[in-house]
Structures are given as C-alpha cells and as structure tokens.
Ligand binder design. Structure first.
Ligand SMILES: Nc1ncnc2c1ncn2[C@@H]1O[C@H](COP(=O)(O)OP(=O)(O)O)[C@@H](O)[C@H]1O
Ligand SMILES: [Mg+2]
Length: 222
C-alpha cells in the first residue's frame, strides 16, 4: 500500500539545515493497522505529512499503491489526497460555523457532488461513527470525542482506502481515547480500511497489530 524508501527531510532553521528524517524505510501493507510512536518533536507529523502528500521529502522514494510519488502530477496528487486518503488530526479541524452534517460533506463539495447526495452520504457516515442523532449540532455543541467522531466521518466520506491519523486522541481523555481507538479498529477490521495512527501513548499503540517507533530520525520496529 505504502512504501517509503530512504526518506530524508531537512528544514532550514535560519541558516542551519536540520535533518528531521534521516533515511526512513517503512512499508505499510493494505489492510494493516499500524501505530507510529515516538517522542514529541521527533518527526512523526513530518513523516505523516509526507505519507499524505501534504509535504514532500528532501530525498528518497515514496510509492503509494505502487506508484512513485515523484511521477505524479499536481492534479493526480490532489485527486489521491481527496479520494484515497482520509486525514484525522488532533484538533479535529472542523469548521465551527457548519453543522456536523455539513462538515462531513465538505470533502464532497470539492468533488462537485450535489447537495442532496452530500447530505445523504453525510448522514450515512455520521451513523457509522455513532453520531447520526447529532447531525444538526455545530462543533462547539459537541464534546471532544464527539467532534473527533465527526472528523472521522468526514475522513470516511470520500471512501478512502487509508486513514492517516496524527495523534487523533491527543486532546481526549483516556476513556474517550479508547472509544476512538475502538472505532478505528472496527473500521480496519470490518471494512478493511488501512489505518496509520500516530500516538505517544504506548497503551494505545499496543492495540494496533503493529507498532513502529521513531528514534533519531529513523523508524525502528518495536
Ligand atoms: N515547516 C517546518 N519548518 C522548520 N522546522 C519544522 C517544520 N515542521 C517541523 N519542523 C521541526 O521538525 C521537528 C519535527 O517536527 P514534527 O514532525 O512535528 O514532530 P512530532 O510530530 O514528532 O512532534 C521539530 O523539531 C519541528 O520543530
Ligand atoms: Mg506531531
């Protein structure tokens, strides 16, 4: 599904070039549920952004479903971002003025899906994450865990083959974090969606079939 080969990424801080990723090799199989753990600032988000085509590596090769990222046009990249990948973030990133339903349907706006179909699909997705009753609510009227469910419904709306989640439980209490992990696990197990999840909680990582750890700019098998 995903293949990262000797991925390096440097940032220029002032005049100093700092290498964050120092030759990451990582393979993610289709249907896998993988946790990426590591200390704060070690480069987890940088790696995730590269996997999701939100950032480009300084060097190395990235293959997405067998296709080299370097060979893809901007149009193909945004198509993949929009249809193949579902993103989930720590801070939910919902639009506060929109209802849960309209937040969920937002990715479909960019695809030109008509409003009626967007709403139907949005309702289905909210049902899938246990939020069907709350479709009218705005994010401010929902708890953190509920907002994350809405964000996951939004990620599912485009029917992605993979979900990339960057510390999706980082802003949630322990019990709610477990519920959200159960949701990811069921999407993975019952629907075959590949899940890559960043967490700094080893307890949550253990619930994934496989964990890798980022240390000193490299990915190590735990
Ligand atoms: N756009 C950027 N420009 C410069 N430095 C960055 C940028 N993005 C991240 N960094 C630096 O890269 C390091 C890794 O960041 P990040 O990938 O966000 O770590 P993590 O997600 O593991 O906490 C940090 O030291 C951060 O300050
Ligand atoms: Mg991060």
């Amino acid at each position: 599904m995903l293949d990262l080969k000797n991925i390096r990424k440097s940032y220029l801080l002032g005049t100093v070039e700092v290498e964050i990723l120092k030759g990451v090799d990582l393979h993610v199989d289709r249907g896998e549920m993988l946790a990426v753990v590591g200390a704060s600032g070690c480069g987890k988000s940088t790696l995730m952004n590269i996997m999701g085509f939100l950032d480009v590596p300084s060097s190395g090769e990235y293959l997405f479903r067998g296709r080299s990222a370097q060979g893809l046009s901007d149009e193909e990249l945004s198509h993949i971002r929009n249809t193949d990948i579902g993103f989930v973030f720590q801070q939910f990133n919902l639009l506060s003025r929109l209802t849960a339903l309209d937040n969920v349907g937002l990715p479909l706006v960019y695809r030109g899906v008509p409003v009626k179909e967007r709403r139907e699909r949005g309702r289905e997705m909210l049902d899938r994450v246990g939020m069907g009753e709350r479709w009218r609510h705005r994010p401010g009227e929902l708890s953190g865990g509920q907002q994350q469910r809405v964000a996951i419904a939004r990620a599912l709306c485009g029917q992605p083959s993979i979900i990339l989640a960057d510390e999706p439980t980082g802003a949630l209490d322990t019990a709610t974090s477990r519920d959200i992990m159960d949701l990811f696990a069921s999407l993975n197990r019952d629907e075959g969606i590949t899940v890559v999840l960043i967490t700094h909680d080893p307890g949550l990582a253990k619930r994934c079939a496989r964990s890798v750890c980022m240390v000193d700019g490299l990915v190590e098998t735990v």
